[in-house]
Design a protein around this ligand. Structure first.
Ligand code: FAD
Ligand code: FES
Ligand code: FES
Length: 1347
């Protein structure tokens, strides 16, 4: 068989693909080379537990385990992989295990499923199956992992809800460290007794609890009980005669050669054939860059490409060796070989630590990384610095080339000939006098692409500090990985010392230039990094030379930390809340840490999300056609090519809308489908409906639109210049501003820009619309926070009354405000298509579409003038807020109003004026996002209060405390602060964080370290609870008691992971006095509770909870006579008796918040029902040379009244905090000057990952703080804690200030949000930044603009 080419043997037919899924054999005779495992699982096998979050290997929601039997080692190999990038055709003789295969609620839960759920590590649950499978694969390979193994296993998984802490906490119980007492001070090594934790929190207190779950309740983990590898597969693997396979699809042929010879012959025959091993690069090209590869060559199983050989000079890796395998081999070599030989290996391992996530490393090949020739490859700089040897082959023979500056010939090009393949790479041993280091600088440490990546190798003349050979290799500085050859040449023969350093820096600054408009932007930062990283190398080598006894200058002690390699510490945490009083009935679960009611189902994949609804028989799929221009007139739309493409059923444009084409949640200022003008990139123009998703998406790309381009307004500054504002311009004014400024000892002016934020709910927007065939009825399954809004806008577009449209929401995979109004854009189009075709139509947006179309948090620009006394007391504030509203009004006015309502954060201001301008721009409309303008409002506040402190040279903590409100004071909008607990939160936070000791320690640290600095900040928040639109402060509920005693509860709120349904069941359980197990919530729907407000503004528990209480009280009253009559009876007896007595066992409840209603014109009336308070103290450490930072510790004290469910509330606090951490320190949306969003997926837009949790995190819910304004004395919690992450931002600013002092700079400075590595580095002005001055503004067109 080896002598016959695979394709010749197979002719035009395909081979059989044999694989197993969850123990079941599958023989696929029509395997499509372009289909990924994820699609096959979800669409063909109906295994919807595995989720789609991004389709680009960046979120881990699709994680499954692949197992193979390796015949030559007789070993079973288990790997976690991303099903979204695993080609179906690559699975021959593989066993696939999905979340459904390891356990279920109905059968038996696997411990990894049970523990994440019971530890409260699943909120919306969309990430949960992926996380479960990452943990499961880890345990299959290592039943006794350490926490570092768990952290490594999760590098490729994202969660947007939980803040990660509970997931780690739950899985800690499966690690060798699992005996940990969770910070309760019982064990040696407890973080609370070894000095690392929050000092005061181990205080014994009777009503204080720190238990959120009891690990003793968990089912034991027994690794011997795992599902076995299918015996048939093992024998098939051992008996197969050839690995040659061929699969034909509509557009591509997959050829899997069985031998090297065959591979070389095929490559000769198909020089343009795409070699695919891990598909982590090619998969992205096909999905997102529209590449079509008619011939795919899959050599993954050719022995020569997988061999590892130890030679005299180093280790040779076959090109198809995975990165995980390479890492394991190199680790072993490092453990066994003399240290001087393994310098290069260590550098490769350092890069692999931060290379993608484990799922990617498990499949991605070393050859794939080299041959992709990416300018930001992390391995190629090391391979170049080490001058690795590559063996290339074609059918006529082999040649060996060095990886030097001739290897990469251009952007993603190498010197390989088209018929050649890469056979192997030799990674050399290092020499006795050689030192090698590798560096990677990326926005996020885990699973991120580099901004600049570098590897450096220096060899000295034996026993000296004289440079004999130097290779400095950089990625991210040109179209290819490049060597700084000029600099290296200049330094040859020089001594390793200060002079060489200076020469190296000025030479690198000259050689490593970048065009000011270079793709990727951050030009000044990238240039500075080349110098900073060299300086780190310089220090490292200096230290090593000294250790070897070479006579070089000693590294100053304050510079030592600059050369330290970053190693994360396993995070530790404490959660404290008020326990329920002893003696309270066990049935009464209010106030107890009850698990989210869907958590177990979420962990097993049984929870049904919108796109998990099984396919209808005649269902169609819809793909959107959107604008590629920010502002343009539409001249023509030509869908003829699309209409003739395979599978296409119809196209939908504005003319197909039977009702109104105008839409919008408040104002009707948007189109359902644009027909004349587009006002943003991503503006929806039409849709293509086809038999499958692939067909619809391909055809949508074939719709041709001709535009007449108009000038766009993209940024806030452009809008200000053009006076492009929506009306009205809101103002809140109080006191006498002029008098205030007159009274002031100082007046300062300042400004801050705060970037927007992508919601990044793990589940993108989905709608399934099912026409009912009569009377214009239509049923929609939607992932939305606003069922009623969807209903009314769909009805308007279809031209039918609302009573024909039913919107049903089971659960969402996260919402965060992003599914409050913008979901209606998609739902309406899908409904129009379904109505036109009278067939069910479905659409789930791809991640890039979702990010492009649906907007996010408003970017804000704040400009302020503040007057204050010598004491620090602020006496006057004039502030103007500008937000980038985008191309429609949406909720922007309410967002701005909330920003103004929070302009004083928690500080008393006698004389104040705040104005809010809504910038009309050509960006997709920005919308609600957790906090809804509040965080933006308060961020500006904290900027000016920091400026005040810096002007006076006083600790910011003192100035904040001095200005803090006291009980009974009034806000600028004349609301008196009653039940004021902020001062208690502040004091508790100070003491729990050990603020004073920390402050002293930070100062000492900063004196002792020049290039790393620490910073500390304590920040309060006061968040107003209520919708600012009065009419929304109402809610309804419908409760049925069935004759068997079971209760069906429905209310107006939707479940998006925040635990609303769980809290509602707790409330009903208390009022009806029955166990929660008797109560069920099925879904939210417009035909059960009408006219609902969106689930938003943190108010849903307050509003819906009170409505549920109302309904349940009505029913309890109706049942009372039967209880009295039969006091010893059971609930079921009373219900039955009432039924037979013809009592109505169904009731609806209603609630509206009393005494609300603020008027801007008179600045009177109550804007909020009450306030939720909190304080956080954070400590960080920054690396002044790279701009990287570590979150060392955060202590949060939050007043949530009497918590309805402390586990859920702490989950909300932690989740919101981590989302805020992303907002203020990490997440950056980049837009081109033409208004095109450049960051459209997890690859380029980084939300916090597991590694971003503060190393020490304490969350304390304030005790004895009942709230008389909400249900059972509780308080709203969803949004308020988000702003507390500003404590991290201001701690970073504090650390930067310490760095600037070293360069003789003091006083206020502008730091925009997020505090990215770029901003931190650029603000730490020093000798290196001076060598890389920024290009003059206006002299170039930047790659991206601050919008
Ligand atoms: C989520 C994610 C994170 C990532 N993170 C990183 C990161 O941190 N750092 C980084 O550097 N990269 C990263 N990458 C890029 C990618 O994972 C690597 O480049 C990977 O090593 C590619 O290997 P592969 O086997 O998957 O390549 P494939 O996609 O299978 O192939 C890639 C290219 O190599 C060619 N090729 C492969 N083998 C041969 C051969 N033997 N002979 C000739 N040509 C060959 C293919 O034709 C193709 O052009 C990431 C990718 C993803 C999706
Ligand atoms: S869906 Fe596969 S990694 Fe995101
Ligand atoms: S629970 Fe992790 S994304 Fe929602």
């Amino acid at each position: 068989m080896a002598d016959t080419d695979t394709e010749t043997r197979s002719g035009s037919g395909s081979d059989e693909l044999i694989f197993f899924v969850n123990g079941k054999k599958i023989v696929e005779r029509n395997a499509d080379p372009e289909m990924m495992l994820l699609t096959y699982l979800r669409r063909k096998l109906g295994l919807t537990g595995t989720k789609l979050g991004c389709a680009e290997g960046g979120c881990g929601a699709c994680t499954v385990m692949l197992s193979r039997y390796q015949t030559h080692t007789q070993q079973l190999l288990h790997h976690a992989v991303n099903a979204c990038l695993a080609p179906l055709c690559s699975l021959h003789l593989v066993a696939v295990t999905t979340v459904e295969g390891i356990g279920s609620v109905a059968r038996k839960l696997h411990p990894v499923q049970e523990r994440i759920a019971r530890a409260h590590g699943s909120q919306c649950g969309f990430c949960t199956p992926g996380i479960v499978m990452s943990m499961y694969a880890l345990l299959r390979n290592n039943p006794t992992p350490k926490m570092v193994d768990v952290e490594e296993a999760f590098q490729g998984n994202l969660c947007r809800c939980t803040g990660y802490r509970p997931i780690l906490e739950g899985y800690k119980t499966l690690t060798v460290e699992g005996g940990c007492c969770g910070g309760r001070g019982r064990d040696d090594g407890c973080c609370m007794t070894n000095g690392n934790g929050a000092e005061e929190s181990c205080e014994e207190d009777v009503d204080e609890s720190t238990f959120l779950f009891n690990a003793a309740d968990f089912a034991p983990f027994d690794p011997t009980q795992e599902v076995i590898f299918p015996p048939e597969l093992m024998s098939l693997t051992t008996t197969q005669t050839s690995a040659s396979l061929c699969f034909h699809g509509a557009r591509a042929t997959w050829l899997q050669p069985g031998s090297l010879d065959e591979f070389l012959r095929l490559k000769w025959k198909h020089p343009a054939g795409r070699v695919v091993v891990g598909n982590t690069e090619v998969g992205i090209e096909v999905k997102f860059k529209n590449m079509v590869y008619p011939v795919i060559l899959a050599p993954a199983f050719i022995p020569e490409l997988n061999t590892v050989t130890h030679t005299e000079d180093g280790v040779v890796f076959g090109a198809a060796c995975t990165l995980s395998h390479m890492g394991a081999v190199l680790k072993q070599a490092v453990e066994t070989l003399p240290p001087h030989q393994t310098q290069v290996f260590l550098a490769v391992l350092e890069q692999l630590r931060w290379f993608a996530g484990l799922q990617i490393r498990n499949v991605a090949a070393v050859g794939g990384n080299i041959m992709t020739a990416s300018p930001i490859s992390d391995l190629n700089p090391v391979f170049m610095a080490a001058s690795c040897r590559l063996t290339l082959m074609d059918k006529d023979g082999r040649r060996v080339v060095r990886m030097d500056d001739g290897f990469f010939t251009g952007y993603r090009k190498t010197s390989l000939r088209p018929q050649e393949i890469l056979l192997s790479i030799e990674i050399p041993y290092s020499k006795e006098s050689q030192f090698v280091s590798a560096f990677k600088q990326s926005p996020r440490r885990e699973d991120d692409i580099s901004i600049v990546t570098a590897a450096m190798s220096v060899t000295f003349a034996p026993g000296s500090e004289v440079v004999e050979d130097l290779r400095l290799s950089y990625g991210g500085m040109a179209a290819t990985t490049m060597l700084a050859t000029k600099t290296a040449k200049r330094l040859l023969g020089r001594q390793w010392g200060e002079e060489l350093l200076q020469e190296a820096c000025s030479s690198l600054a000259e050689e490593m230039t970048l065009d000011a408009s270079a793709p990727g932007g951050m030009v000044t930062y990238r240039r500075t990094l080349t110098l900073s990283l060299f300086y780190k190398f310089y220090l490292t080598v200096l230290q090593k030379l000294r250790e070897q006894g070479v006579n070089v200058v000693e590294v100053r002690s304050d510079c030592l930390s600059a050369a330290e390699v970053y190693h994360p510490e396993t995070p530790s945490s404490v959660q404290i809340y008020q326990a329920v009083l002893e003696g309270r009935g066990q049935n009464d679960v209010v106030g107890r840490p009850m698990m989210h009611l869907s958590a177990l189902k979420q962990a097993t994949g049984e929870a049904v999300y919108c796109d998990d609804v099984p396919l209808y028989e005649n269902e169609l799929y819809l793909a959107l056609v959107t604008s590629s221009k920010a502002h343009a007139n539409i001249l023509t739309i030509d869908a003829s090519a699309a209409e003739s493409m395979p599978g296409v059923v119809s196209c939908v444009f504005a003319a197909d809308i039977p009702g109104s084409n105008t839409t919008g949640p408040i104002q009707s200022d948007e189109t359902v489908l644009a027909s004349q003008q587009v006002t943003c990139v991503g503006h929806i123009i039409g849709a293509v409906v086809a038999d499958t998703q692939v067909h619809a998406q391909r055809a949508a790309k074939a719709v041709k639109i001709h535009y007449e381009e108009l000038k766009p307004v993209v940024t806030i500054q452009e809008a200000i210049a053009a006076q492009s504002f929506y009306q009205p311009i809101r103002t809140i004014q109080n006191g006498d501003l002029e008098a205030g400024f007159k009274q002031a000892d100082h007046i300062l002016e300042g400004e801050i820009h705060m970037g927007g934020q992508e919601h990044f709910y793990l589940e993108t927007n989905v709608t399934l619309a099912v026409p009912r065939g009569e009377d214009g009825e239509i049923e929609l399954f939607v992932s939305t926070q606003a069922a009623t809004k969807t209903q009314s806008l769909v009805a308007k577009a279809l031209g039918v009354p609302a009573n024909r449209v039913v919107v049903r929401v089971k659960r969402m995979g996260g919402g965060f405000g992003g599914k409050e109004t913008r979901t209606t854009l998609l739902s309406t189009v899908v409904a129009v298509a379904a109505s036109k075709l009278q067939r069910p139509v479905r659409c789930m947006l791809d991640r890039d579409e979702d990010m492009l179309i649906t907007g996010g948090r408003h970017p804000f620009y704040g400009k302020y003038k503040v007057g204050f006394l010598n004491s620090g007391k602020v006496v006057a504030l004039d502030v103007s807020y500008y937000c980038n509203a985008g191309n429609s009004m949406d909720l922007s006015l309410s967002v701005m109003e909330r920003a103004l309502f929070h302009m004083e954060n928690s500080y008393s201001l006698a004389n104040v004026r705040g104005r809010g301008f809504l910038c009309r721009t050509n960006l997709p409309s920005n919308t609600a996002f957790r906090g809804f303008g509040g965080p933006q409002g308060m961020m500006v506040t904290e900027s000016w209060i920091t400026d005040v402190a810096q002007t006076l040279g006083r600790p910011a903590e003192e100035v904040r405390r001095l200005n803090l409100y006291v009980e009974g004071q009034s806000t600028p909008y004349n609301q008196m602060l009653g039940q004021f607990t902020l001062d208690r939160c502040w004091d508790e936070c100070l003491s729990r964080s050990g603020y004073q000791q920390r402050h002293a320690a930070v100062n000492l640290y900063n004196k002792q370290n020049r290039w790393t600095k620490r910073g500390l900040a304590i920040v309060p928040t006061k968040f107003g609870i209520s919708f600012t639109a009065l009419f929304l402060n109402q809610a309804g509920a419908l409760v049925h008691i069935y004759a068997d005693g079971s209760v069906l509860l429905t209310h107006g709120g939707t479940e998006m992971g925040q635990g609303l349904h769980t809290k509602m069941v707790q409330i009903a359980s208390r009022v009806l006095d029955i166990p929660c197990s008797k109560i069920h919530i099925s879904e939210t729907s417009t035909n059960t509770v009408p006219n609902t407000s969106p689930t938003a503004a943190s108010a849903s528990s307050d509003l819906n909870g009170a409505a549920v209480q109302n309904a349940c009280e009505i029913l309890a009253t109706r049942l009372e006579p039967f209880k009295t009559k039969n006091p010893k009876g059971l609930w079921e007896d009373w219900v039955k008796a009432a039924y037979f007595d013809r009592v109505n066992l169904s009731a609806n409840g209603f609630y509206k918040t009393p005494d609300l209603g603020y008027a801007f014109d008179s600045n009177s009336g109550r804007a909020f029902n009450y306030f939720t308070y909190g304080v956080a103290c954070s400590e960080v450490e920054i690396d002044c040379l790279t701009g990287a930072h570590k979150n060392l510790s955060t202590t949060i004290v939050m007043d949530v009244g009497h918590s309805l469910n402390p586990a859920i509330d702490i989950g909300q606090v932690e989740g919101a905090f981590m989302q805020g951490l992303g907002l203020f320190t990490l997440e950056e949306l980049h837009y081109s000057p033409q208004g095109v969003l450049l960051t459209r997926g997890p690859g380029s837009y980084k939300i916090p990952a597991f590694g971003d949790i503060p190393t020490h995190l304490t969350v304390s819910l304030l005790r004895d703080a009942p709230n008389d304004k909400a249900i059972f004395a509780s308080k709203a919690v969803g949004e308020p804690p988000l702003f507390l992450a500003a404590s991290v931002f201001y701690a970073i600013k504090d650390a930067i200030s310490a760095a600037r002092v070293e360069s003789g700079i003091s006083g206020p400075f502008r730091l925009d949000s997020p505090a990215s590595g770029e901003r931190i580095r650029n603000a730490c002005s020093d000798r290196f930044t001076k060598l890389c001055p920024p290009a003059e503004r206006g002299s170039f067109t930047p790659w991206s603009v601050q919008v």
